[in-house]
Design a protein around this ligand. Structure first.
Ligand code: PLP
Length: 383
């Protein structure tokens, strides 16, 4: 079956193309019709709580964990629901077995959400957090692997799957395998990768993966998740305690027993009430992604980004910031054009939503964009 973005658009984004073209998923994703419907329906019940039934609480969360697990090849037990990427990054920084004498490697160029928690945890827990210099616009994987192989103190690696500004993608399999071979933890911020790329965590040796759903998963703000590899869960003491992290929390008749036994799955890292309505919205959006097929979405996004890169390579003084090899990029195309402000203005005038990051125009099309959208973008910027 060929991927039909126009039909998808008619079904799930019927207001598009409308008066704007959204190619800014690295900033925020639109909500498909089914997510809007789910949010509206839940919102009506939320406004009048007597309409909420037992199925609108824990079962909603269970269903979302299960769907996330399907999306990334995990088991539902390995998924905790979060409200953003930062929660899972903090979980990794504060709960992975790390201490004085250990080194965690990151990279220059990381989004701050994947830096500050590591800096703070290093200070609090006594390990060293080190940022490796970039190789061009990407993480220097060769230097990283050399350090991993030669320095026994390296006990953790914390990287983004895809760079928020250059769009460069790390080789999860290669770094994960090297970490596993050396007994180092591998923590990944997946927010700029998952969606435009398919993922099977079983093939990657990732220990903890964190992902907000507000961008490429086209879900409400306040929805996200983290994956913790099953073998690790029981060995990690939750850095924040809360009633919903306890196994006894499911039994509303035993609140006053204060039984401090954690859940034996990743729910032990959830703390208190989760924003049900946002998780309902995320569930709807993930169901769409799964219906379309993550691999088909990846191929479609690759076709769109390849067209942008081919156009950019035709001269015009554009410096392509994003690595061009398909295995080294995802949905972001960053272009340093000679007249950045002017070109960004042209895009705004043509009502093409985009971002400017680190001296480049960042375009980030997704599964509902058509090749016609991309031609419009090219015409606008090429004027
Ligand atoms: C790589 C990366 N991590 C994290 C975030 C956002 O973090 P959070 O979901 O905690 O707000 C962004 C947002 O731009 C990002 O690009």
């Amino acid at each position: 079956m060929t991927y039909d973005a126009a039909a998808l658009r008619a079904r799930e984004f019927p207001w598009e193309p409308g008066d704007a073209i959204h190619v800014d998923h690295a900033a925020v994703g639109p909500l498909p019709q089914r997510a809007r419907d789910a949010l509206d329906a839940y919102g009506l019940k939320r406004a009048e709580p007597h309409r909420l039934g037992a199925d609108d609480f824990f079962p909603v969360l269970d269903a979302a964990r299960a769907l996330v697990a399907r999306l990334i090849g995990a088991s539902g037990k390995e998924i905790l629901l979060t409200t953003n990427t930062s929660w899972g990054v903090n979980l990794a920084a504060y709960a992975l077995p790390l201490g004085p004498g250990d080194i965690v490697l990151g990279s220059q160029g990381e989004f701050p959400a994947n830096v500050y928690p590591w800096m703070a945890a290093a200070k609090a827990r006594g390990f060293t957090y080190e940022l490796l210099p970039l190789a061009g616009t990407a993480t220097d994987e060769e230097a990283l692997l050399r350090r991993l192989q030669s320095d026994d103190r390296v006990k953790g690696v914390a990287l983004s799957w895809v760079s928020f500004w250059s769009g460069a993608r790390i080789d999860l399999q290669r770094i994960g395998a090297a970490c596993r071979a050396r007994g180092a933890w591998f923590a990944v911020d997946a927010i700029q990768g998952l969606g435009p790329l398919a993922l099977d965590v079983r093939t990657t040796h990732v220990d903890i993966l964190s992902c907000g759903a507000q961008k490429w998963l086209c879900s409400p703000w306040g929805s996200g998740f983290a994956y913790v590899r099953e073998g690790l869960i029981a060995t990690m003491e939750p850095p924040a305690a809360g009633w919903l992290a306890q196994a006894s929390s499911g039994d509303f008749a035993r609140f006053l027993d204060y039984d401090p036994a954690w859940h034996d799955d990743a729910r032990r890292f959830e703390v208190g009430t989760i924003p049900y309505q946002d998780i309902v919205g995320m569930h709807a959006s993930l169901s769409l992604l799964l219906e379309l097929g993550p691999a088909a979405v990846e191929a479609h996004v690759r076709a769109l980004t390849t067209r942008l890169l081919e156009w950019a390579a035709t001269g015009r003084g554009v410096r392509i910031v994003t690595p061009t090899a398909p295995a080294r990029r995802a949905g972001i195309v960053a272009l340093a054009t000679p007249d950045l402000d002017g070109d960004s203005r042209k895009l705004r005038e043509a009502r093409v939503t985009h971002s400017v990051r680190e001296g480049a125009i960042r375009l980030s099309p997704h599964f509902h964009n058509t090749m016609d959208d991309i031609e419009t973008v090219i015409r606008a910027i090429g004027r």
